[in-house]
Design a protein around this ligand. Structure first.
Ligand SMILES: Cc1cc2nc3c(=O)[nH]c(=O)nc-3n(C[C@H](O)[C@H](O)[C@H](O)COP(=O)(O)O)c2cc1C
Length: 162
């Protein structure tokens, strides 16, 4: 952490981990095949124009490929897709092995069984410290009939109950 802060990295992670989020898999089509990574920093940004964002670690090799592809699909994971969330964060594995998908209008993979998808073009990338903030312009989106969302909270997975 920067030397002006009065807290440690562990405290930062602990406190921010108390903010519950959903989990998405951000995918893209590249010349060398499909790419994707698990992300919980996804959020809606603007309705007019329609913009969304997520934060990507500067060290992420998947993010570098998504950025150069210029388009991506956000796949909103359902409560029974915890395993998928783990696979798409694992290095060295073929993340798409055994995973069913169809191409979104941009060509980016739309994963089977997700709650919804948002197909985007990279609009702008902002500096975000050790991350980059990717703002995407939404070109198409839809929801599918399904159960509840996968929830990420304090480093673990759970379900939503109204
Ligand atoms: C639940 C969950 C949420 C995550 N959220 C993010 C995120 O918002 N941004 C990010 O860069 N990485 C996030 N990650 C980690 C990336 O998925 C992981 O670092 C990446 O897949 C590493 O592989 P790569 O080098 O191929 O990109 C998350 C992982 C999990 C399991």
């Amino acid at each position: 952490m920067g030397d002006t802060s009065g807290f440690q990295a562990a405290e930062f992670r602990l406190v921010l981990g108390h903010f519950p989020t959903g989990v998405v898999v951000v995918t893209a089509r590249t010349a060398s095949g499909p790419v994707g990574l698990s992300v919980n920093s996804f959020t809606a940004v603007s309705l007019d124009p329609p913009l969304v964002s997520f934060c990507a670690d500067r060290r992420s090799t998947s993010w570098a490929r998504i950025r150069s592809a210029g388009a991506f699909c956000v796949n909103i994971l359902a409560e029974d897709q915890e395993a998928l969330s783990r696979v798409f964060a694992r290095r060295g594995a073929d993340r798409f092995d055994g995973v069913g998908w169809t191409p979104a209008p941009s060509g980016a993979p739309r994963l089977d069984g997700v709650l919804g998808w948002v197909d985007c073009a990279v609009e702008v990338v902002h500096d975000g410290g050790d991350h980059e903030i990717c703002v995407g312009r939404v070109h198409d989106l839809d929801v599918t009939e399904g159960d509840g969302p996968l929830v990420f909270y304090r480093g673990g997975y759970g379900r939503f109950e109204a």
